[in-house]
Design a protein around this ligand. Structure first.
Ligand code: IPE
Ligand code: IPE
Ligand code: MG
Length: 233
């Protein structure tokens, strides 16, 4: 029997290349990617993953063309309004990580709606990283700690690794397994703080071609790792 990692993170990469390869517009790849996200989230959480973090849009993705950014924002709104009914029925709680600025008001509203709708769900947590940057998260945590220190809510002596987790955008456990699709071997400013002892799994599969079988392969690989956390076994 395979052990299920408690927290899995996915860098959902390769949508654009998937579309270009087929002579389609990059947006078609994003549309396909969203469908896969819904499928994989339900599959992973039903298999026992408690936390699933997905990289949907990085702070640096705002450097893309306005057309692509606008398309993605519309896609997120549609997804949270319609597709996520299924996620809600599956008893999955949705939370978001990332900066609010410069997200559009309508996107923020759609995010807020789905957060509220699913807040009492208990099967697992889907953490959607939207307008997210790992270094930005650490910077924002520092700012919050300084404010709380000024307000007397925290003392410098109390600041430690465990407390830092509580100052991240969401209070999530460390990442056990990180999956990146599309054959890129980098973390692209993903959850840097939470990744300190993650196992990495890279696959050449482009995200729109990712499926349950590919997810299982990553879990199998995870189960063959020897996690030592610095100790000698
Ligand atoms: C990932 O796919 C989705 C986002 C970054 C929003 P890409 O759009 O990065 O696809 P490639 O890497 O260009 O193929
Ligand atoms: C990382 O992918 C961001 C998301 C998957 C949302 P990118 O495609 O933006 O990363 P780079 O540019 O290849 O490093
Ligand atoms: Mg990419």
């Amino acid at each position: 029997m395979n052990n299920m990692p408690n927290h899995v993170a996915i860098i959902m990469d390769g949508n654009g290349r998937w579309a270009t390869k087929r002579g389609l517009k990059r947006s078609e790849g994003h549309k396909e990617g969203i469908k896969i996200l819904e499928k994989i989230a339900i599959y992973a959480i039903n298999k026992g993953v408690k936390y699933l973090s997905v990289y949907a849009f990085s702070t640096d993705n705002f450097k893309r063309t306005q057309e692509e950014v606008d398309y993605l924002m519309e896609l997120f709104i549609t997804m949270f309004k319609t597709k996520f009914n299924k996620i809600n029925k599956e008893n999955i709680k949705v939370v978001f990580s990332g900066r609010k600025t410069p997200l559009r008001e309508d996107v923020l509203k759609a995010m807020d709606n789905i957060t509220k709708k699913t807040k009492n769900n208990t099967k697992g947590v889907l953490n959607i990283c939207l307008n997210y940057g790992g270094q930005e998260e650490i910077v924002d945590a520092c700012k919050k700690i300084i404010e709380d220190e000024k307000d007397g809510k925290v003392n410098i002596e109390e600041i430690n690794k465990k407390l830092l987790y509580k100052y991240m955008y969401q209070d999530l456990p460390p990442i056990d397994l990180l999956i990146r699709t599309s054959g890129e071997y980098r973390v692209s400013n993903y959850m840097l703080y939470q990744m300190s002892y993650s196992e990495f799994y890279f696959t050449d599969v482009l995200f729109p071609d990712f499926n349950e079988k590919e997810f299982d392969k990553a879990i199998d690989s995870f189960n063959n790792r020897d996690r030592r956390f610095g100790k000698v076994k």
